[in-house]
Design a protein around this ligand. Structure first.
Ligand SMILES: [Fe+2]
Ligand SMILES: [Fe+2]
Length: 351
């Protein structure tokens, strides 16, 4: 019973159905009339028209400087999260309980590296280089998702990450498939399809443990207990405290508020936890008939702020590991640059 992971009723086929619909909308947007022949004199008015018509802004288009900066910040943060996010699970590759589990986890962690690369490439279309982006991460001026600063203590944590962390990522990212910036929207479609596999593999790990020995079930429950609230915190601060939301909504970068997405995630997880036979660690979780949604306890936002500001359980370890990998990889970058220069020179000689 792994097929209930996308039980959203808003679109046929659940969240993956929404990704398919967004993909179709992206194609339709490319053909839609922008309501104006071209940019003409007034670039800002043309930009607004493109956004209004639900068309895509492309790298060649004029865009407000703040729009560009917002997207760089958001896409970079997303790319960094994919790369740092390889660490907590990478930690279990050599200890996965079977060859099959090892192969699946290896593929999943490689996917995350791929997500990081598409996203760095998308950010580069906004006029910032990959080197600059990596520097901004390494010197702490750009952030990555708070969730990856929690430790993976047991094998069940790998299941909990797939189910809850990749699950929360999908809920966040499906609306980004309709983001107004073309390269980001297109990257998100592929990323969401791969994330759905990640979510299923995590759910399946927990399902096996939850139906195993009492010790295995207890391990699965313990992982849920530790990952539940940090996963809820992944949606960011509550709407009242969220600084970037209103403008991002107006630009159609963001389509739903943090609280709306968090609610959607909770509503999705409750039935899935029941199928697992595990208990979500929230005594106040209950169906609210009036709201047609679950009431739930909010995560500890003070803890979220602490983790974001560098004081989570593993922040220092994650950054130290990333810096070490960057230094160790210097020769690969140098070799790649030397090879590219050689190829360019060959072309020149041939011409
Ligand atoms: Fe990913
Ligand atoms: Fe993932």
């Amino acid at each position: 019973m792994y097929g209930n992971d996308f039980s959203g009723e808003d679109a046929p086929g659940g969240l993956l159905g929404e990704v398919e619909a967004a993909e179709a909308a992206l194609r339709a947007a490319a053909e839609r009339d922008r309501g104006a022949a071209g940019p003409g004199e007034d670039l800002a008015a043309y930009f607004a028209q493109v956004i209004d018509a639900d068309q895509k802004i492309e790298p060649r288009d004029w865009m407000p400087e703040a729009y560009r900066r917002t997207l760089i910040r958001q896409i970079a943060q997303h790319a960094h999260s994919e790369i740092i996010g390889m660490q907590p699970e990478g930690n279990w590759i050599s200890r996965a309980p079977s060859l099959k589990r090892k192969a699946i986890l290896l593929a999943k962690v490689q996917d995350e590296a791929g997500h990081g690369l598409y996203l760095y490439a998308a950010a580069e279309t906004l006029g910032i280089s990959r080197d600059e982006l990596v520097d901004l991460l390494l010197n702490g001026r750009q952030k990555y998702s708070s969730i990856f600063n929690y430790p993976t203590l047991t094998w069940a944590d790998v299941g909990a990450i797939g189910w809850l962390v990749d699950g929360a990522a999908i809920v966040n990212q499906v609306p980004l498939c309709r983001c107004s910036y073309g390269p980001y929207a297109r990257a998100m479609i592929r990323v969401c399809k791969e994330e759905s596999f990640h979510q299923r593999q995590g759910y399946e790990i927990l399902h096996v443990l939850a139906h195993g020995t009492p010790a295995q079930k207890a391990m699965a429950q313990d992982a849920l207990d530790r990952w539940w609230y940090p996963s809820l915190a992944m949606f960011g601060p509550p709407d009242g405290d969220s600084t970037h939301s209103a403008q991002s909504m107006a630009w159609k970068i963001k389509r739903f508020s943090n609280d709306e997405l968090r609610q959607r995630f909770v509503d999705m997880c409750v039935g899935q936890a029941e199928v697992l036979g595990l208990t979500i660690p929230d005594p106040d979780l209950r169906w609210n008939d009036e709201r047609q949604a679950y009431d739930f306890t909010q995560p500890d936002y003070a803890e979220l702020m602490q983790v974001i500001s560098g004081n989570g359980p593993c922040n220092r370890e994650r950054m130290a590991h990333r810096r070490h990998a960057h230094t160790e990889g210097a020769w690969v970058r140098e070799a790649a640059a030397a090879y590219a220069a050689k190829q360019k020179n060959k072309e020149k000689v041939a011409a």
